[in-house]
Design a protein around this ligand. Structure first.
Ligand code: GLU
Length: 322
C-alpha cells in the first residue's frame, strides 16, 4: 500500500493563467487541481493522490465559511487510515491566515502542508510545479508529523504561526521574517531543524465542527493622526478589535481615550513585522497583548476565542499559549 495524500485546491497564482510567458496581469484560480497534477508527472512517484477542488479563487476572496469547511473536511478525511497527509494549494496573499486558522482547528497529527506560487502556471520558470512537488514530499514525510500546519515554498518549510508574505513579487515571498524557516527540502528529502512550540492541532481547544461562520473582528492600523472615529465606528459593528499599534503596540492619547471605553475585546499587536507585545507594554488595562502574532493572525485567534466562548479574563492566557 502506497502513501495516500489528499490535495485540497483553493486557487491562487499556482492555478493562474496569463499571457504566455508573462508574470503580471494573469487571472489566479483558473487551472483546476487536475490540470496541475497532470502537468507535474513526478508527483505520482511520491504518493497516491486524491484531489478535491474546494474552490478556485483569488485568495483575497477566501472567507470564514471556506476556512471552516476546510477544517471540517480535513478532520473527516484524517480518520482514513490510508491517508498520510494533506496538501492545500492556495493564493499567497492570505495563505498565512488560512494556514494559521487550520493550525488551530484541525485535529490530526498528519501533516497539513500549504503551498502556492508567485508566478502563474503559464509564466517562464513557473514556481508552482516545484512547490507542489516539495509540499507533497513534506506531506508524506515522517519528519512533518505532529509539527502543526506547515507551509512549503521555494525549498523552505515554515510553521503556520510565523509564516508571512514578505514581498509582492519575489519567488521567495513566503517567508518567516525574524523567525526563519523550520527546514528545507532538497530533491524531495525533508530536513527539519526546528519545531513549533506554541499550542496547535491536537492540543488546541478550538472546535469548529458546529459553526458555519466566525465572529467579526476589525483590524485598525495606527499611524500619525489616525482617526479615532474609525475605531469607534469599527467597534460598533464588530465583536472584537485588533489594533496594529506603532512600536511595541502604542498609539496616541486620542486613540487611548476611545480604547479605554471599549467593552468588546481589544487585542494589541504591532504594525512592525518583527514585533512582540507583552502585557507590560500595554497602554490600556482593558486590552490584551498579542505576543508576536501579526494583526491578521491575532484577528483569527480572537475570532476563534470569541466563537468558542473564551471568557474575556482568559484571553491573555490564550494569546500567550497559541
Ligand atoms: N492575489 C492572488 C491570490 O492570493 C495572487 C497571489 C498569489 O497567489 O500569489 O490568490
Amino acid at each position: 500500500m502506497r502513501n495516500k495524500v489528499i490535495i485540497l485546491a483553493t486557487g491562487g497564482t499556482i492555478a493562474g493563467v496569463g499571457e504566455d510567458g508573462k508574470i503580471v496581469g494573469y487571472k489566479p484560480g483558473t487551472l483546476t487541481i487536475d490540470d496541475l497534477i497532470a502537468a507535474t508527472p513526478k508527483l505520482k512517484d511520491v504518493a497516491d493522490i486524491e484531489a478535491l477542488q474546494i474552490c478556485n479563487i483569488n485568495s483575497d476572496d477566501i472567507t470564514d465559511r471556506i476556512w471552516i469547511k476546510l477544517a471540517n473536511k480535513i478532520n473527516e478525511l484524517a480518520k482514513d487510515l490510508d491517508v498520510v497527509g494533506f496538501v492545500i494549494t492556495h493564493g499567497t496573499d492570505t495563505m498565512e491566515e488560512t494556514a494559521y486558522f487550520l493550525n488551530l482547528t484541525v485535529k490530526t497529527d498528519k501533516p497539513v502542508v500549504f503551498t502556492g506560487s508567485m508566478r502563474p502556471a503559464t509564466s517562464i520558470s513557473a514556481d508552482g510545479y516545484m512547490n507542489l512537488y516539495e509540499a507533497l514530499c513534506v506531506a508524506v514525510s515522517k519528519e512533518a508529523k505532529g509539527k502543526g500546519v506547515l507551509v512549503v515554498f521555494s525549498d523552505c518549510i515554515f510553521a503556520a504561526r510565523t509564516v508571512t508574505k514578505t514581498s509582492t513579487y519575489h519567488v521567495t515571498a513566503i517567508s518567516s521574517s525574524g523567525m526563519g524557516a523550520m527546514g528545507i527540502v532538497r530533491d524531495g528529502r525533508v530536513y527539519l531543524y526546528a519545531s513549533p512550540f506554541k499550542c496547535h492541532t491536537l492540543e488546541s481547544i478550538f472546535d469548529v465542527s458546529k459553526i458555519d461562520v466566525l465572529p467579526k473582528v476589525s483590524i485598525l492600523y495606527f499611524s500619525v493622526d489616525a482617526n479615532p472615529g474609525l475605531l469607534e465606528y469599527a467597534a460598533k459593528s464588530s465583536d472584537g478589535i485588533v489594533i496594529a499599534g506603532a512600536g511595541a503596540g502604542e498609539f496616541s492619547e486620542a486613540y487611548k481615550s476611545i480604547v479605554d471605553k471599549l467593552e468588546i475585546p481589544v487585542v494589541v499587536c504591532s504594525r512592525i513585522d518583527d514585533g512582540i507585545i507583552l502585557k507590560e507594554n500595554l497602554l490600556c488595562d482593558n486590552t490584551v497583548a498579542a505576543d508576536n502574532l501579526s494583526p491578521q493572525k491575532a484577528a483569527i485567534l480572537l475570532r476563534l476565542a470569541i466563537a468558542c466562548k473564551v471568557e474575556k479574563s482568559h484571553l491573555q492566557e490564550i494569546f500567550t499559549k497559541y
